[in-house]
Design a protein around this ligand. Structure first.
Ligand code: AVJ
Length: 312
């Protein structure tokens, strides 16, 4: 049985029902996420872009860290728009490094390997197509140089705080003392600002969530009646958890590859967490996972942080 089907059947058998937001990103989901990033309410991308645009030199100097030679590994590189600023600066500084973008999309990796060396003359690219940790291990097999790991976009927010700690420990276990990581965290801020970012007026975030039900119908032989589910985004300022749910409008039955799931009226599926942190919480996370905080890079509104940690 394929992994997607296995997880969906398992996750919908839980109480409460849940689905994994990593499955949001099929072709349609990628397009919807692009639309979300273009929405006026969705601030994280612009904030992090500002950091990479306005603090390029400082970022490059901090991450080069006096290393003679190193590998710059980016977990979930996507189209590398933000990191391109950094890559260009490092090349101009004559840093001796290889850019190793990791992505689950083989199309994205081929695209980066084909286009980046043309855009940034002299850049060495070694793409790694696969899962984060398998590819991080592969990067270690390819070379024993110092590692600088990037995890941008606030992707760590899609883990619960407990899982984020596990995730950082796992990164640490793949690295050596002295290696660096840069992680993007979306920060706690006015609750209305956060909720609006996950409840855009145009409805792209709603469609992004509902798209996973479409995927299950199309790829796993499901029969979700999509109209009968309502998107319910929430933000809790106390915990910093921004969570989205799909709520069943009626009592209904859904079949997926021969397995039956009963929904009561108002029963929900927990779809995604986008955890928000304080600066102090990011520092505590560093301390709890084998790193020390080197420095923070913030946008001018202080809504997003790219924090740099060193392995101790
Ligand atoms: C891709 C994880 C950074 O959580 O802000 C956007 C995904 N979900 N709108 C986020 C997302 C709903 C996004 N990340």
């Amino acid at each position: 049985m394929n992994q997607f089907l296995k997880e969906v059947l398992n996750d919908l058998s839980q109480t409460p029902k849940t689905l994994n937001s990593k499955y949001f990103y099929d072709g349609k989901g990628d397009k919807l996420f692009q639309e979300i990033m273009d929405c006026p309410e969705y601030y994280p991308t612009n904030c992090e872009m500002e950091i990479f645009r306005e603090h390029t030199r400082d970022l490059a100097v901090t991450l080069k860290n006096g290393f003679n030679t190193f590998d710059l590994v980016e977990m979930g590189a996507g189209d590398a728009t933000k990191s391109s600023f950094l890559l260009k600066e490092l090349v101009e500084m004559k840093a001796d490094f290889t850019y190793m973008p990791i992505d689950i999309s083989s199309a994205m990796i081929s695209h980066l390997e084909e286009t980046l060396p043309g855009q940034i003359e002299g850049l060495k690219v070694e793409g790694l197509n696969g899962e984060y940790f398998e590819m991080l291990e592969k990067a270690n097999q390819i070379s024993d140089r110092k590692k600088v790991v990037l995890l941008l976009g606030g992707n760590i927010g899609n883990e619960s705080p407990e899982n984020a700690v596990e995730f950082c420990r796992k990164i640490r276990s793949c690295l050596q003392e002295g290696d660096l990581v840069l992680i993007g965290f979306d920060l706690k801020k006015n609750p209305r600002t956060i909720l609006a970012a996950y409840n855009d007026a145009a409805g792209f975030t709603r469609d992004f969530n509902l798209n996973l039900l479409h995927r299950i119908n199309n790829e796993l032989g499901g029969d979700f009646d999509i109209e009968q589910f309502e998107h319910y985004p929430t933000y809790d300022p106390a915990s910093g958890a921004c969570k989205s749910y799909l709520v069943s409008r009626v009592e209904q039955e859904v079949n997926i590859s021969g397995q039956k799931f009963i929904f009561k009226e108002n029963e929900f599926i927990f779809m995604e967490i986008s955890q928000k942190y304080s600066i102090g919480e990011t520092e505590a996370m560093a301390g709890a996972t084998g790193f020390k905080t080197v420095t923070h890079f913030l946008d001018h509104k202080k809504w997003f942080v790219d924090t740099v940690w060193q392995c101790i």
